[in-house]
Ligand binder design. Structure first.
Ligand SMILES: [Fe+2]
Ligand SMILES: [Fe+2]
Length: 221
C-alpha cells in the first residue's frame, strides 16, 4: 500500500530480498550510531567537567565527530534516497531542519571547553535534541521506508564507502579498530597507522582546535 509509483515491481524474489536486506543493513547501521551517541550522552552525565576536564573534552570531541559523520551520511546519501521511499515527505524536511539546529550547538561546543560555564549544559541540550531526532527517525522515518522505493544496495554501498572516508578524515577509528582497542584496554593505545582519535586523553590535539581561540566572541549572549 505504501508504494509511490514504484518503477518496476519485478517478481524476482531474490532481487527483492537483496534490496530489503540492504535496507535493513542501512537501518541497522544508523541505529547502531544512534545507540552509541545516546550512550555517550549518558556517560557524560557521570563526568564532572571541573574534576575531570580531560575526559569530558575527549568524550565530547569524539561524540561530536561521530555525530558529524552520521549526519553527513544521512544528508548526503540516506535522506535523498529516503525521500523517494517514504510517504510523508514532511518528515524529511523536519529531519533536515533538526540537523541544522543540532549543528548550531555542535559549532558552539567546538568553540568551548570544560572550563566554560555553559559547556555541560550545551552538550546536554544537544543530547536532548538528538534523542528527539532519533525517536522520529526510528519511530517514523525508518518504518515508512518502502522496500522498493530506492536502490538500497547502491545506497548501502555508497554509505559504507562514504563512512570510511569520513571517519578517516575525522581521525575516528573504524568499528573493528574501535572494538580492538576497547578489548585491549582502551587507554590511549591504538593501532599504528590509524589517524589518532582525539577522544582519549590529550586535550591539546583536537581536530577543530582553531575555533577555540575565537570562542569569546560567540559564547556570550
Ligand atoms: Fe540518524
Ligand atoms: Fe538524522
Amino acid at each position: 500500500m505504501a508504494t509511490r509509483s514504484s518503477p518496476s515491481r519485478s517478481s524476482g524474489g531474490g532481487a527483492a530480498r537483496g534490496a530489503s536486506s540492504a535496507k535493513s543493513q542501512i537501518v541497522a547501521m544508523l541505529k547502531a550510531d544512534h545507540k552509541k551517541a545516546k550512550k555517550a550522552f549518558k556517560d557524560f552525565e557521570k563526568l564532572d567537567p571541573h574534576e575531570d576536564p580531560e575526559s569530558c573534552q575527549a568524550l565530547v570531541e569524539q561524540t561530536l565527530a561521530e555525530i558529524e559523520v552520521h549526519a553527513e551520511l544521512e544528508e548526503q546519501v540516506f535522506y535523498p534516497a529516503a525521500r523517494g521511499a517514504i510517504k510523508d515527505e514532511d518528515l524529511m524536511d523536519e529531519a533536515e531542519v533538526e540537523h541544522m539546529t543540532a549543528k548550531v550547538l555542535i559549532e558552539q561546543l567546538k568553540g568551548m571547553g570544560p572550563e566554560d560555564a555553559k559547556f555541560a549544559a550545551t552538550f546536554k541540550v544537544l543530547g536532548e535534541y538528538i534523542n528527539h531526532h532519533v525517536q522520529e527517525e526510528e519511530g517514523e522515518m525508518f518504518r515508512q521506508l518502502a522496500a522498493k522505493g530506492a536502490d538500497w544496495d547502491a545506497v548501502l554501498a555508497e554509505m559504507t564507502s562514504q563512512r570510511e572516508r569520513l571517519m578517516t578524515e575525522k581521525g575516528l577509528p573504524m568499528e573493528s579498530e574501535a572494538s580492538e582497542s576497547r578489548s585491549a584496554g582502551a587507554s590511549g593505545r591504538r593501532s599504528a597507522g590509524a589517524p589518532r582519535s582525539s577522544a582519549r586523553g590529550a586535550s591539546e590535539t583536537r581536530p577543530q582546535a582553531s575555533s577555540r581561540s575565537t570562542k569569546s566572541s560567540s559564547d556570550k549572549p
